[in-house]
Write a protein that binds this ligand. Structure first.
Ligand code: ADP
Ligand code: MG
Length: 707
């Protein structure tokens, strides 16, 4: 029975009831459940889904049972009991048989209780882990119940819930969770509200919410379990997509887009100056962007393309479209070095076309800055490249038509929108470029409010980077290889891991590594770069390496993002097993930018976990960033993949972005179709959807969690 104080009766939502008021819980256990599993309310508990199920749908015959099986369920009768051994070895043995054979059930504890409750000659269902002693198979402390109620005769899938050690120590174990989930379902199921319209459930063949909740905890069969999982996964992904697509539609409706459809300058560039034929993927993406820019709606597009796939020229071509219609373009990069590099690259193209272009960073001098501000305001300056200095208030454009943002993850959303507001007439089109390939499912969830374009092809004639895995013990051969490469004019990166938890030790490894390199190559100038250095010192060292004054760069992952040194052809990654797959790929992307054959050497010691082996193997096998990202997603899950700052959006209760691509696709398409036909969800059949959105909004800032 549930205790209801009057104040709980007036709760708008039954599922906001504190878990404390569930039968058999009470304040102390409630506190533990809150602390250990973040279960505060009935709603939290009903959504605390099992992470696996013990299969008790099938019965084994004793003849089949052997000690390699994890758990078995058998049906039979006890012939007799016998007490064996003495002292600490004292135990109760029951001889248990079915038509096919005999095995032993063993109890070391609770002997009296067992003798009292369990009787020979009655048919029992026994469940447990089989072991072998000599020729005898035995099961210690089995679960044992008489074959009475019909559902257990048929067998069932027993839920196994996520738990913590602390809970287990306080006897809040799986059995306890099963009990309270059962108790909760018994009282709560009538209160479960359907959240999906009937017509949709019919069409997609989804079972009801209340059936799904019941069978996700206590599935009657494998079939019911699958149905429940499908239903709940769909619902979870559907409401996320609904929110993202709604955001997108609102933006499109509120913000009219500048119309850019004059292609005359662009055509001149194509005809006279295009330095190489564009890849099919580049052409496709340019077409997508052009469609957006002439549509009258504001563009918000994410452009993904692996390192070296040629995003820069795509950005430039889009800028031409804007300039052709008398507007301006800006490109914002996360660091000065990157801004400088973009400026150098784009200036080559801009000069060919006689288009004015400037660079603005923190170190731009006051006088140059003032002049630049003036030219920007008159509209004489067409392209501005820079760091976040671009978003400062005194930077005013005449007519900003396109904002390109490189390496998205470094900028927050707030910064992005500051750039938008630089045009009073209408928000400029926004193109976010990233070289971090993100699996489609993840992109649809994290950037589901943006349009997504992908350059999935490298320019022809690139030499793929050769990647090998080497053990520490081959140091001499590795050094010999470095010597050879330097002799033929190349430069080398050597990267060490540095993470906060082991910062001191990591820094020492880096320094030791640096010293041994200096010792091994006394006549070669070597740079060193790590996060603890002052920004000026970092820039200075990076500059020396970029200019080719130093031949070897010993560094931590600070070099990960974007820096382009075409002459660097070897990337050596030390303790490679400590890097994530996507990070390894990012690092490898620092080489392979020039005409020469490039190499990546992953160095580890002999001891490697199974997962490390998969990571290293994947790196050796493929250069395809999307393939690597998919594997990474499957290995680590989305939260770890994207870092903690974004994991909130990825805290999924049941759907798995590594596995549920098909469900996600349907959820997204469904959300789009519904919002296109009924943008305000005003139709009666969508009332349940609207209600659920409101309720999700409320739980997002649930008062019970603010403590
Ligand atoms: P990223 O996508 O990493 O920013 P870039 O735009 O810097 O890549 O391009 C990498 C290199 O490839 C540059 O030197 C660029 O000039 C060259 N490039 C880009 N597109 C093509 C193409 N279609 N054919 C040949 N080379 C290309
Ligand atoms: Mg680039």
């Amino acid at each position: 029975m549930i205790l209801f104080c009057s104040e709980y009766l007036v709760l708008a939502n039954y599922f906001d009831t504190s878990i404390e008021f569930l039968k058999g819980v009470g304040p102390q256990r409630a506190a533990l459940l809150q602390k250990e599993l973040k279960i505060h309310t009935f709603g939290d508990l009903i959504q605390h889904y099992p992470f696996r199920y013990e299969d008790r749908t099938r019965f084994y015959s004793i003849k089949e049972v052997n000690e390699t099986m994890p758990h078995v369920q058998i049906k039979g009768k006890i012939l007799r009991f016998e007490m064996m051994g003495g002292g600490r070895k004292k135990r109760l043995v029951a001889y248990f048989e079915d038509e096919t054979g005999e095995l032993e059930l063993v109890w070391f504890q609770g002997i009296n209780w067992t003798l009292d409750k369990i009787k020979p000659g009655i048919e029992y269902v026994v469940f447990g882990k089989p072991n072998r002693y000599g020729r005898t198979i035995s099961i210690a402390h089995p679960e044992i119940e008489p074959v009475t109620n019909t559902s257990e005769k048929k067998g069932f899938l027993q839920p196994v819930y996520p738990l913590s050690e602390k809970l287990r120590n306080k006897y809040l174990d799986n059995r306890f969770l099963i009990k309270i989930e059962k108790d909760l379902l018994a009282v709560a199921l009538p209160h479960v509200r359907e959240t999906l319209p009937d017509y949709l459930r019919k069409k997609l063949k989804l079972i009801s919410k209340s059936e799904a909740l019941q069978h996700i905890h206590f599935p009657q069969s494998h079939e019911w379990l699958t149905q429940s999982q499908n239903r709940l996964k769909f619902e979870e992904l559907f409401f996320i997509q609904l929110r993202l697509i709604k955001m997108k539609l609102v933006r499109q409706e509120k913000f009219k887009g500048l119309v850019f459809n004059d292609t005359s300058i662009l055509t001149r560039f194509y005809d006279e100056h295009l330095p190489f034929p564009l890849t099919e993927a580049q052409k496709k993406v340019i077409r997508e962007i052009y469609q957006d820019m002439k549509s009258g709606k504001q563009m918000n597009r994410l452009l993904q393309g692996d390192v070296g796939s040629g995003k820069t020229i795509v950005a430039f071509i889009c800028m031409l479209l804007v300039i052709g219609s008398d507007a301006q373009a800006a490109l914002m990069a996360p660091t000065e070095i990157l801004a400088q590099q973009h400026y150098n690259n784009l200036k080559k193209y801009a000069d060919m076309m006689d288009i004015s272009i400037s660079l603005l960073t923190g170190s731009t001098k006051k006088k140059a800055r003032n002049e630049l501000h003036y030219r920007l305001q008159t509209g004489e300056l067409k392209i501005l490249i820079g760091t976040h200095a671009l978003i400062e208030d005194e930077v005013k454009f005449n007519r900003l038509g396109l904002a390109v943002i490189d390496e998205q993850h470094r900028f927050g959303v707030a910064q992005r929108s500051k750039l938008w507001q630089k045009n009073k007439e209408a928000y400029p089109h926004v193109l976010v470029m990233t070289a971090t390939p993100i699996p489609r499912t993840l992109a649809m969830t994290l950037y589901g409010d943006l349009e997504i374009s992908v350059i999935d092809e490298l320019p022809k004639g690139r030499k793929p980077i050769k990647t090998t895995h080497q053990y520490d013990s081959h140091r001499l051969q590795i050094n010999e290889f470095i010597r050879q490469q330097i002799k033929s004019g190349r430069q080398i990166y050597i990267v060490y891991p540095l993470i906060e938890e082991s910062e001191k030790l990591d820094l020492k490894h880096l320094m030791d590594g640096y010293e041994s390199i200096v010792r091994a190559f006394p006549d070669v100038p070597v740079s060193i770069l790590h996060g603890k250095m002052k920004p000026e010192a970092k820039d200075f060292e990076m500059d020396r390496f970029v200019r080719g004054e130093t031949k070897i760069m010993v560094a931590t992952t600070v070099i990960e993002v974007g820096v382009d040194v075409p002459n660097a052809s070897v990337m050596i990654i030390e303790s490679a097993e400590r890097f994530g797959l996507s990070q390894l790929h990012q690092l490898r992307g620092r080489v392979g930018r020039g005409a020469e054959q490039s190499y990546c050497i992953l160095v580890t010691d002999y001891k490697l976990s199974a997962e490390s082996k998969i990571r290293l193997g994947t790196m050796v096998k493929t250069n395809n960033g999307f393939e690597i990202a998919e594997t990474d997603l499957k290995l680590r899950g989305p939260g770890d993949l994207m870092g903690t700052q974004q994991s909130g959006a990825l805290d999924l209760l049941i759907a798995d972005l590594g596995k549920d691509a098909a469900v996600l696709k349907v959820a997204r398409e469904t959300a789009i179709r519904i919002l296109e036909n009924d943008p305000e969800l005003a139709k009666p059949e969508h009332k349940v959807v609207k209600q659920q959105i409101e309720s999700l909004k409320k739980t997002a800032v649930n008062w019970s969690r603010i403590s």
